[in-house]
Design a protein around this ligand. Structure first.
Ligand code: ADP
Ligand code: MG
Length: 250
């Protein structure tokens, strides 16, 4: 099972944010992406998750091209992303945010609602159960009824992970999950990621905090100016002269 990124390019105006990105990532892996600001990392996530169309290239999930699928369709295919800046509904509580992140099922069609009220109630019960399980897993019980706008930066990142978990994904793309998070909560988030990975959920993690990332992932890619400069085990990649030159300033 794999996510294949084949020669993806994307320009904004005249600016090439992605310039022929190729990567193959096992969908049950812990895979890191690092690179300086503006390297194109978040744009790559936007293309992979379907929020931004590529100009050229192809994305395959488990062998199937997914370029024509919308973000919700890609989520149903098992792949979700989080955003660098958490996108919780700040006026909703943690619990309500998780509820709102459950994928539409029967309730989608009015006709379905009319003819199958029992089915809808069953779906609702299942969603409520998944919400409570997610709250317990992420240890958000104490803030479950707090409007999420009032959470700390780290708690918002946990909620963002929780929102991704609501679609019961196989692969989660995390955009800077440790940015602005205190060290204790970083450890907490890392443990949750490792537990989920042990259950077979894969992660691709963009991160600025190199030290945190290299503790977590056995493989990573380095991006700079829209390209993948190097890929491999963290120690080997960070010793690569091309990487040192571009990312660490020589
Ligand atoms: P990173 O996540 O590696 O810091 P981004 O993918 O956010 O980098 O951005 C890569 C480059 O593309 C940056 O120069 C950024 O300004 C530009 N960019 C990203 N999204 C847009 C957009 N929607 N419109 C115009 N330029 C964009
Ligand atoms: Mg970014």
């Amino acid at each position: 099972m794999s996510l294949e990124i084949r020669d993806i390019t994307k320009s904004f105006g005249g600016f090439r944010a992605l310039d022929g990105v190729r990567l193959t990532i096992e969908t049950d892996a812990l895979f890191g992406i690092i690179g300086p600001n503006g390297a194109g990392k978040s744009t790559l996530f936007s293309v992979i998750s379907g929020f931004v169309p590529a100009d050229s290239g192809e994305i395959r999930l488990n062998g199937d091209p997914i370029d024509g699928l919308s973000p919700p369709q890609r989520a149903r295919a098992g792949m979700v992303r989080t955003f660098q800046v958490p996108r919780e509904f700040s006026h909703l509580t943690v619990r309500e945010n998780l509820m709102a992140s459950a994928p539409d099922q029967t309730g989608e069609s009015l006709l379905g609602l009319f003819f199958r009220p029992g089915q809808v109630r069953k779906e609702e019960a299942k969603i409520a159960e998944t919400v409570e399980r997610t709250i317990a897993f992420l240890k958000l019980g104490k803030v479950a009824d707090v409007p999420s706008g009032k959470l700390s930066g780290g708690q918002k990142k946990l909620l963002e992970l929780g929102r991704a978990l609501m679609v019961e994904p196989k692969l989660i793309l995390l955009d800077e999950p440790f940015a602005g998070v205190n060290p204790v909560l970083i450890g907490e988030i890392m443990e949750r990621i490792e537990e989920l990975n042990a259950r077979g959920i894969g992660f691709v993690i963009i991160e600025h905090d190199l030290e945190a990332l290299t503790r977590l992932v056995p493989r990573l890619a380095v991006m700079d100016r829209g390209k993948v400069l190097a890929e491999g085990a963290p120690a080997a990649v960070l010793e690569d002269p091309v990487v040192r030159e571009a990312y660490l300033g020589g």
